[in-house]
Design a protein around this ligand. Structure first.
Ligand SMILES: *Cc1c(COP(=O)(O)O)cnc(C)c1O
Length: 223
């Protein structure tokens, strides 16, 4: 199967209200162009340098999503064009994104990453840290960021029952913060970014509004 046929296959089966982020990390621009020609406009990368290089040579109507862990000192390179930053995990990072967004006269959309997996290798906030950020005075002064939802990764396992429990837990947190922080001017919890190649069906079942699919579209990656 080709990239375009795999892409269209996935899109055909998506319920309305679920956005597909095509994760093109490590893949060449030709592969991205093939997906682009099949109609895909949202692409996800996990390294700022790689995303910036691809942005420079690809069509300008592509929306670039940063899905990887972000180092504060590299925010400036993507601030002119990034469309959504998925994995924000500290107030300090939000402050830096705000500063760089302001320099570029933009508002940058962000998701806060929660840690829900049963592993020690993944990044993200726990629920207490999430509330600390959302309740903080410092957040209120950030006019050039907008928190548009939450993102998470489930445990890397084939056990869909465990994955479902983790996603349901996240969805419960999502619904709580949606109500609790609905007066924040720079936050509106619309997006729940969960679901990758091996668990996106489960994620959609648990309320995902944004799935991030790489290998099922572009084939496996050799790191
Ligand atoms: C690589 C990656 C994906 C896509 O993974 P696949 O299993 O190839 O679909 C999704 N989200 C994040 C954060 C990633 O780093």
């Amino acid at each position: 199967m080709t990239i375009s046929s795999r892409l269209l296959e996935i899109k055909k089966a998506l319920p309305t209200g679920v956005t597909l982020v095509a994760v093109s990390k490590t893949k060449p621009v030709e592969d991205i162009l093939e997906a682009y020609q099949a109609g895909q406009r949202i692409f996800g990368e996990n390294k700022i340098q790689e995303m910036t290089d691809k942005y420079a040579v690809l069509p300008r109507d592509i929306q670039w999503h940063m899905i990887g862990h972000v180092q504060t000192n590299k925010v400036k390179y993507m601030a002119p064009f990034v469309s959504l930053i998925h994995a924000v995990d500290s107030l300090r990072l939000l402050q830096e994104i705000d500063k760089q967004a302001k320099r570029n006269e933009r508002v940058i959309d962000c998701l806060l990453q929660l840690y829900i997996a049963d592993e020690t290798t993944k990044f993200g906030l726990d629920e207490t840290e999430l509330d600390e950020i959302l309740a903080s005075e410092a957040l209120k002064s950030l006019k050039n960021i907008r928190i548009v939802g939450l993102m998470a990764m489930a445990t890397f396992t084939k056990d869909q029952t465990q994955i479902k429990a983790e996603f349901d837990h996240l969805n419960a947190i999502f619904k709580r913060v949606q109500l609790q922080y609905n007066t924040l001017e720079n936050a509106s919890f619309k997006e729940l970014s969960i679901g990758m190649s091996n668990d996106y069906i489960t994620a959609i079942d648990s309320g995902s509004t944004m799935i991030r699919i790489g290998s099922t579209i572009f084939g496996s990656r050799n790191y």
